[in-house]
Design a protein around this ligand. Structure first.
Ligand SMILES: NC(=O)c1ccc[n+]([C@@H]2O[C@H](COP(=O)([O-])OP(=O)(O)OC[C@H]3O[C@@H](n4cnc5c(N)ncnc54)[C@H](O)[C@@H]3O)[C@@H](O)[C@H]2O)c1
Length: 329
């Protein structure tokens, strides 16, 4: 059987999850990896029997590939997608699409023109629990939405600088904004505020320590989505929805640890999931490339709307006033 030749740019935490999923598929060959830290690329290449490159552009220039995974930090997007587009090479890219909106809008335009197969790592959409919740909301739509990403500050060096990560709202809470769009629909307006307090244990950057956004949805639903990064560990990451007679709570404790709680007048049902959504999103992308699935569920254009929503929340907090997210793209 001929195997799909794939590569990965960025060999940090999330790349490790993708590479480990990809090695589990017998129709895939990992031929090359790249990282701006050459030793990291070399270690990962040795582990997977691949070639190592110190930068993604060199990799894309040298290798014959069927697809590439782009698992770099937010600030590094732009040139890698441009290089993939130039070669008409399908790409899987991790969220967020970029540390700003303009870069993502530009890439989206080029992807649309090229009709390129893409997929974006909004992995919650690959969970059965989320589809269970969507099914319930067809009967009784959500009227109130409350979302949270209340956590510690991630230890990676680029995260605490807003120009590099885009900030918590764009980098982490974007998953919650994406889930809200999936389950409640498009957002009409968003108004947000943020706080940047000095930390007790040394200053670790300029990303706001807390932020909160007030949303009105086209459906009429209203809600808030809040972020904080000053805890010792993850406290609450998820989305709570209130519909007529039913409260739905979806939460994530880790990449393979999710929970759905549905409370009604007669009691509460709790479903736990240990599904690996990273492996599922990778498999779906490969199946589309192989012609076994019609399309990826989160192509670049779809992800752009979620990115624009998170960007609107961040922008409103910085600049003040309400923003209509879709008018930005
Ligand atoms: N879907 C999810 O739930 C999820 C989870 C974690 C991370 N992510 C996303 O994945 C991305 C990477 O996060 P991470 O936790 O793996 O970070 P990380 O810091 O662990 O890894 C990023 C790697 O990219 C390398 N790098 C930086 N610039 C590069 C460039 N121009 N070319 C090649 N390599 C470069 C760094 O040296 C580093 O090894 C982020 O956008 C993050 O939001 C998504």
């Amino acid at each position: 059987m001929s195997r799909l030749r794939v590569a990965c740019v960025g060999t940090g935490f999330i790349a490790g999850r993708h590479l480990s999923a990809l090695t589990g598929f017998d129709d895939v060959e990992i031929v090359a990896v790249a990282d701006a830290v050459p030793e990291r690329a070399a270690d990962t290449a040795a582990r997977y029997g691949a070639r190592a490159y110190p930068d993604g552009s060199a990799l894309l220039e040298s290798e014959e590939l069927d697809a590439v995974w782009l698992c770099v930090p937010p600030f590094a997007h732009g040139p890698l997608e441009a290089a993939a587009l130039e070669r008409r090479l399908p790409f899987f890219v991790e969220k967020p699409l970029a540390s700003d909106l303009a870069t993502a809008v530009q890439i989206a335009g080029a992807v649309r023109e090229a009709h390129l197969v893409t997929a974006v790592g909004y992995h919650w959409r690959h969970l059965d629990l989320v589809h269970q919740a969507a099914g319930l909301l067809v009967e009784t739509p959500a009227q109130l939405v409350t979302g949270h990403w209340l956590d510690k500050t991630p230890p990676v060096p680029w995260w605490s600088q807003r120009t590099r990560s885009g900030g918590q709202v764009l980098e982490q809470t974007t998953h919650v904004f994406d889930l809200a769009r999936l389950l409640v629909g498009e957002v009409d307006t968003i108004t947000a505020a943020e706080r940047t307090a000095s930390r007790q244990h040394g200053d670790d950057g300029d990303v706001p320590t807390a932020a909160s956004a007030l949303l009105t949805f086209a459906s009429g639903a209203v809600g808030t989505i809040s972020s904080a990064r000053i805890l010792g560990r993850r406290h609450r990451v998820g989305l709570q929805l209130v519909a007529e007679g039913r409260a739905i709570d979806i939460s994530e404790r880790g990449l393979t640890d999710h929970e759905l709680r549905v409370a009604t007048a007669t009691g509460e049902r709790v479903d736990q999931s240990i599904q690996d959504p990273i492996s599922r999103e990778d498999r779906e992308f490969l199946d589309v490339l192989l012609g076994r699935a019609p399309h990826t569920r989160v192509p670049y254009q779809e992800a752009l709307r979620s990115h624009a929503l998170a960007w609107a929340a961040d922008r409103s907090a910085r600049e003040g006033g309400p923003i209509r997210p879709d008018q930005q793209i």
